[in-house]
Ligand binder design. Structure first.
Ligand code: SER
Length: 405
C-alpha cells in the first residue's frame, strides 16, 4: 500500500472484512442540530446522534471516509509542510460493540500487516488522567498496547490537552490513544524531553487517533457516562500518505501532485523554486481543494459564518496566485483539477461542477474589483504627497486586503 487511493481503498476493505458497514462522506456542512462547529471537522461528527444514544446507528460497526475542514489553522497553512484546512479522515466506529481492546487490536493489525510500518518508528500516546475530570491514567489502553507487543519505552502518557477528545466542547467524548510515526532523531530538536507531541520539532507525526467515547461532556464541564462504550477513530489520509511515501511534507504526497503540476504549468514557477513559491503552492493547493469542496456542498462567500471562511480562503489563494504570477480568472480551472482527481470518491463534485465554477468565478471577479478600488484609493492618498497616515493605512488594509496574507 503506497498511494493515497490504495490507502483509502485498503482501509475500507480491511474494515469491511471486519464487519463494518461503509458509509460515504457526509457534507462539510454539519447537521442543523449540530452547533459544535461551523464545518465538519472529524469523521465522528455526522455520527454524533448514534454516540449520544439519540438515534440507532444504521449498523453497529461503521467505516467512513469523511471530508473535513478545520478553520483555526487557516493562517498557518503555507508556513509548514503539515498544516491543512481541508483534509480527508478515515475512520472505524463501534457503537457499543468492541471497545479499547478491540480498537487497539484492529489498529495494530492494520498498521503492521497492511501499512507495514517499521515497528521501530511506531510510538503511541495514552491519556495520563485529569484531576478536574476525575479520571485516572488509562491503564487499560496501556495494558492492551503492551500485550500487542508495543515496547513500553515507545509509549508515552500525555495530558488531557493531547489525549482527551471532544468535538468543539460539549458532546460525546473520551480519553484517546494516538499513533505516531517517528521520522528519526536527525529530525528532532535533540532536547531530552523530545517525544510525541513535542512542539519544538516535527520529528513525531500523529497519524491515527482512537477515541474511547464513553462520556458526554456538559456545558458545566461535568462528565456523565454515555449509554454505551463506543469507539471513534480518525486517520488522516494526507499524513498517512506522507508516511507511506516517505516524505515529511504532506504537500509532497501524490494527493497534491496534480494540483502542484497545474500551478507550476500555469505560472511557470515550480514548488520549491523559492520560499515564496513554496508557500504560494501550498496555499493554492490546500485552499483550492477546500473552496472546491465547500462550493460543492453549497457554501458561497459572504461576510459571516461559513461564507466568511469561504471568502477568506478564496482571497488568500488569489493573493498567493498573484505572487507566482497567475493571471485571473483561473479558480474555475483550479477547481477542475481538484474535481478530476477527487470525483471518484465524491460524486457531488461532478454533479455541482457548474455551481462550483459560478461561485468561485464570481468571488474571484469581486475580489479583483475590490483590489482595483483599493489600489486607486492608495494612489489617490499617496498622490496627495507624503506618507499614508496610520488610520488610512489601516482602512486600506482592512477593507481591501484579505484578512490574512
Ligand atoms: N474524532 C477524533 C479526531 O478527530 C478521532 O476520529 O481525531
Amino acid at each position: 500500500m503506497r498511494t493515497s487511493d490504495e490507502l483509502r481503498a485498503g482501509f475500507r476493505a480491511f474494515f469491511e472484512s471486519k464487519d463494518h458497514g461503509f458509509r460515504p462522506s457526509a457534507s462539510l456542512i454539519p447537521r442543523a442540530d449540530d452547533r459544535s462547529t461551523l464545518l465538519t471537522t472529524a469523521g465522528m461528527q455526522p455520527l454524533m446522534p448514534y454516540f449520544l444514544g439519540r438515534d440507532a446507528p444504521p449498523a453497529p460497526l461503521l467505516t467512513t471516509v469523511q471530508k473535513c475542514f478545520r478553520t483555526p489553522d487557516i493562517d498557518e497553512v503555507g508556513l509548514d509542510g503539515s498544516h491543512l484546512t481541508f483534509f480527508e479522515m478515515l475512520g472505524n466506529f463501534s457503537f457499543g460493540q468492541y471497545f479499547k481492546e478491540g480498537a487497539i487490536e484492529l489498529a495494530w493489525e492494520f498498521v503492521f500487516e497492511h501499512l507495514q510500518l517499521d515497528p521501530e518508528r511506531f510510538w503511541v500516546s495514552i491519556f495520563a488522567g485529569d484531576a478536574e475530570l476525575g479520571l485516572g491514567e488509562d491503564e487499560v489502553a496501556h495494558r492492551h498496547w503492551v500485550e500487542m507487543g508495543q515496547p513500553a519505552e515507545r509509549i508515552v502518557f500525555l495530558p488531557r490537552a493531547e489525549n482527551f477528545w471532544s468535538v468543539g466542547g460539549p458532546g460525546p467524548c473520551g480519553p484517546d490513544t494516538e499513533m505516531y510515526y517517528d521520522w528519526g532523531a536527525e529530525h528532532g530538536c535533540g532536547e531530552p524531553d523530545c517525544k510525541p507531541s513535542c512542539t519544538r520539532c516535527e520529528r513525531f507525526l500523529e497519524f491515527w487517533n482512537l477515541v474511547f467515547m464513553e462520556f458526554e461532556l456538559h456545558v458545566d464541564g461535568k462528565l456523565t457516562p454515555l449509554p454505551k462504550q463506543n469507539v471513534d477513530t480518525g486517520m488522516g489520509v494526507e499524513r498517512t500518505a506522507a508516511i507511506l511515501q516517505d516524505v515529511m511534507s504532506v504537500y509532497e504526497t501524490d494527493v497534491y501532485q496534480a494540483i502542484m503540476r497545474w500551478i507550476a504549468g500555469e505560472s511557470g514557477v515550480a514548488y520549491g523554486d523559492s520560499p515564496e513559491a513554496t508557500k504560494a503552492h501550498r496555499i493554492l493547493a490546500d485552499h483550492g481543494r477546500g473552496m472546491t469542496f465547500l462550493a460543492a456542498d453549497g457554501v458561497a462567500p459572504s461576510n459571516e459564518g461559513r461564507g466568511y471562511v469561504m471568502r477568506r480562503i478564496i482571497r488568500r489563494a488569489v493573493q498567493q496566485g498573484s505572487r507566482v504570477g497567475l493571471e485571473p480568472p483561473y479558480l474555475a480551472q483550479l477547481a477542475d483539477v481538484v474535481i478530476e482527481q477527487m470525483k471518484g470518491g465524491y460524486v457531488e463534485l461532478e454533479e455541482h461542477r457548474d455551481d462550483i465554477h459560478r461561485i468561485l468565478a464570481a468571488e474571484e471577479e469581486r475580489f479583483g474589483k475590490t483590489l482595483e478600488r483599493g489600489l486607486r484609493l492608495f494612489e489617490e492618498i499617496a498622490g496627495k504627497g507624503g506618507d499614508i497616515p496610520g488610520e488610512e493605512a489601516f482602512r486600506l488594509h482592512d477593507t481591501y486586503a484579505s484578512h490574512s496574507s
